[in-house]
Design a protein around this ligand. Structure first.
Ligand code: SF4
Length: 447
């Protein structure tokens, strides 16, 4: 709503109790999201309902939770990442089938629980397990219990029959799984299960019109937290359906389709599934369920997701300070770099891999790489000197030699002035050349 739309719904008495001189001033601040409606004690219930409905997110925020953590999906406001950051990264779930038996499910869940990889200092892993009642007569409750025994991650419970899904929901008591899925034939029964379990409910339909009808009916029945599956399992139709759904929600404000989306790319080991999953990460899934677990397929998806769901204006950073590589002693070389994660890990990994012990001073350069930070005035002689003095490295060394990145060789003179008594050595331009530099140049110096 515009400021004027909001103004029309306010009491228009200019009583100032909200802290603003007029109702119009307050309305303008509300429109700019710089004030809260509760600051006005005189707004009518009808106006409040209208304003709150207008302020609700275009895509509802839906939460699933396990004993070990929670995952939120939805509440995105844009179509493209260059417009604004994407906030709620899609949850990556691995499907296990109830027919595999409790032992196999436990083993799979244990493997997922244990899978944690390091990406530029960030720990990445899959978010949860989707347990599916894949055959008639399987003990779905036992399958869910087996997954819970081995993992504390959030769950998705998948069953076509309401009574089977109810067994799973019962076995998941105490946590908040996503229930999958209500369809045209069973939505009333599924709604009752979701309400009783206080869990979000996925809804599936082969067309957007049908999906909208079902969400409206489910909302009427009292289920607020919904997730949409447009049943598009091929790349082209999936891209089309997901884009239309996102566009309708955020551009047209079409509330009946303003919910997170769930994607099923297929077998983790197949290239097609990885491509589909990557597409779903980019556009616009809230939950992604892959069949089976293959670290070689999952790792690139996690890295892709990490990159897409990172604020491009805030580079990934490491903590400034002194870092030790390979247990350095007082004779080990001292290097300096910036706190851009990728720069730090490039330097750290090269030195660590070379076997050389080393000290690394990481300077606060607001997360920029060496050359960018230098050009922006964030990596200059004063900052480097401050970082070197601040970490009191001098007391740990038998020498006073500092290796400066070759990209900023121009700083060496100024740095010698800023660090009296220190010898500044110009290192290589690229981190990959550090091992050779340490061997040929540093090694010669210290002989
Ligand atoms: Fe207007 Fe409400 Fe503010 Fe009073 S408190 S000035 S009625 S917006």
């Amino acid at each position: 709503l515009t400021g004027l739309d909001i103004y029309k719904l306010l009491p228009q008495t200019n009583c100032k109790e909200c802290g603003f001189p007029t109702c119009l001033a307050f309305a303008m601040k509300l429109a700019a999201k710089q004030a809260e409606l509760k600051s006005c004690p005189h707004v009518s219930d009808t106006a409040k309902a209208k304003l709150e409905a207008a302020a609700a997110p275009s895509i509802r925020l839906v939460t699933v939770a396990g004993e070990g953590g929670r995952l939120e999906a939805g509440n995105e406001t844009v179509l493209f990442r260059h417009e604004k950051t994407f906030y709620h990264r899609p949850g990556l779930f691995v499907r296990v089938k109830a027919s595999a038996g409790a032992e196999a499910i436990e083993a799979a869940a244990r493997a997922l629980e244990a899978y944690l990889v390091d990406y530029v200092g960030i720990k990445l892993g899959v978010d949860g397990i989707a347990v599916e009642a894949d055959a008639p007569g399987v003990d779905f409750g036992a399958a869910v219990a087996a997954a819970r025994r081995a993992s504390r991650k959030p769950l998705i419970l998948m069953a076509d029959q309401p009574d089977v899904l109810a067994q799973g929901a019962q076995a998941a008591a105490g946590v908040q799984p996503l229930l999958y899925a209500a369809a045209e034939a069973n939505w009333q029964a599924m709604a009752e299960i979701a309400k009783a379990a206080k869990c979000p409910l996925a809804v599936k339909a082969p067309s957007l019109e049908k999906l909208a009808e079902l969400t409206a009916a489910l909302k009427q029945a009292g289920v607020e937290d919904l997730v949409l599956d447009p049943l598009a399992r091929e790349p082209g139709p999936a891209l089309q359906a997901f884009t239309q759904l996102r566009r309708l929600a955020v551009k047209k404000g079409f509330r009946a389709l303003g919910y997170p989306l769930i994607a099923f790319p297929g077998e983790a080991a197949s290239v097609d599934a990885v491509v589909m999953a990557a597409q779903a990460i980019a556009k616009y899934a809230g939950f992604i369920v892959i069949d089976g677990f293959d670290p070689a397929a999952v790792y690139p998806l996690l890295v892709l997701r990490q990159n897409i769901y990172t604020d491009p204006q805030k580079p990934i950073q490491v903590q400034p300070g002194l870092y030790e590589i390979n247990n350095p002693g007082p004779d080990a070389p001292l290097m300096v770099t910036t706190n851009f994660s990728i720069t730090y890990f490039a330097v750290n990994n090269e030195v660590e891999g070379s076997g050389w012990p080393g000290w690394l001073v990481v300077t606060d350069a607001e997360g920029m790489s060496v050359l960018t930070a230098w050009a922006a005035g964030k990596f200059d002689a004063d900052r480097i000197a401050k970082a070197v003095n601040g970490c009191a490295i001098a007391g740990k060394l038998n020498h006073k030699r500092l290796i400066l990145p070759g990209q900023v060789a121009v700083l060496s003179g100024e740095l010698e002035e800023a660090l009296p008594g220190w010898q500044i050595m110009v290192g290589p331009k690229e981190a990959v050349d550090l091992p050779g530099f340490l061997k040929l140049v540093w090694g010669q110096k210290t002989l």
